[in-house]
Design a protein around this ligand. Structure first.
Ligand code: NDP
Length: 287
């Protein structure tokens, strides 16, 4: 293997130490950052993600609350719950764990979380602010990806980044963030023709598709940085990314593993957004 592994756990740990310090200072000034997580239904993966978020909050000293709602909860009840959370001054960030049961509109739910408490960065106002380059709550996974690329010491200025996947939660926002870093960004998706010809042009390849082992060494030019966002569980139970790790590691300069790459950064950026929200709301309250 020639590539250096980007150890997302280690990068996340060092960022979390800084966040814990910041929380400590805020507490000395009477501000305790607070996050509320709403979980609807019994999806085991969602329960496990929420558990991870709560544990991470505890580790850095952020106050957290989880509201477990039954699968049959109506959309109106969920919206009411969010409105009640919004009134709580000790809650600075509100997150509704996705996916939601099919009878509830994700769009309606994401819009009712006020933009100033939207620590996931999914509210249309925050998405718009990101698109026009204003300060906002950055969506956590894309923000984490940019931090991992920066960790390699790479200057994004003028680099050609190819992003595979154009979802609202990863592909599109990460492309916007990279554009703001002055990278030249190419976006690919399921209708893209001759994917390998495009991905081989990348100095940095970000893959967020959700198809196990889609990307092989024929997609990667020697020395490229490869960020694998995909999380796929095989029938054997093994977790794999979208990238064939072993063969791509033979040609890439840096590569993220799955698990232990992008995943730990996502929660870390959520903690960072919660602290940012607490500071902003405390400043607004003192005016
Ligand atoms: P979506 O299913 O919303 O989007 C997948 C994207 O991949 C779509 O834009 C789709 O194109 C594109 N695509 C599908 N097939 C191909 C193909 N053969 N070639 C090129 N593009 C293709 O997925 P998400 O963005 O939500 O998630 C992607 C992966 O990242 C998943 O495995 C998910 O679990 C993981 N993930 C990991 C996170 C983490 O913290 N580690 C956080 C979020 C997601 P089209 O638009 O044309 O359909």
């Amino acid at each position: 293997m020639t590539a250096t592994i980007i150890d997302g756990k280690a990068v996340a740990r060092s960022l979390r130490e800084k966040i814990a310090e910041e929380v400590k200072t805020l507490k000395q000034n009477g501000i305790v950052p607070g996050l509320a997580v709403v979980l609807v239904g019994q999806d085991p993966a969602s329960h496990s993600y929420v558990k991870g978020k709560i544990k991470a909050c505890e580790e850095v000293g952020i106050h957290s609350e989880v509201l477990y709602l039954a699968e049959e909860t109506s959309q109106a009840e969920l919206l009411q719950t969010i409105e009640q959370l919004n009134k709580k001054t000790n809650i600075h960030g509100i997150l509704v764990q996705l996916p939601l049961p099919p009878h509830i509109s994700e769009e309606a739910v994401l819009e009712v979380i006020p933009a100033e408490k939207d620590v996931d960065g999914f509210h249309p106002l925050n998405v718009g602010n990101l698109a026009i380059g204003r300060d906002t709550y950055l969506p956590c996974t894309p923000h984490g990806i940019v931090e991992l690329i920066k960790w390699t010491g790479t200057d994004l200025n003028g680099k050609h980044v190819v992003v595979v996947g154009r979802s609202n939660i990863v592909g599109k926002p990460v492309s916007l963030l990279l554009l703001q870093e002055n990278a030249t960004v190419t976006m690919c998706h399921s209708r893209t023709r001759d994917l390998p010809a495009l991905t081989r042009q990348a100095d940095i390849l970000v893959v967020a598709v959700g198809k196990p082992q889609l990307i092989g060494k024929e997609h990667v030019s020697p020395g490229a940085i490869v960020i694998d966002v995909g999380v796929n569980r095989l029938e054997s139970g093994k977790l794999v990314g979208d990238v064939r790790f072993d063969e791509v590691a033979e040609v890439a300069s840096y590569i993220t593993p799955v698990p232990g790459g992008v995943g730990p950064m996502t929660i870390t950026m959520l903690l960072a957004n919660t602290v940012k929200a607490a500071k902003a709301q405390a400043a607004a309250a003192s005016k």
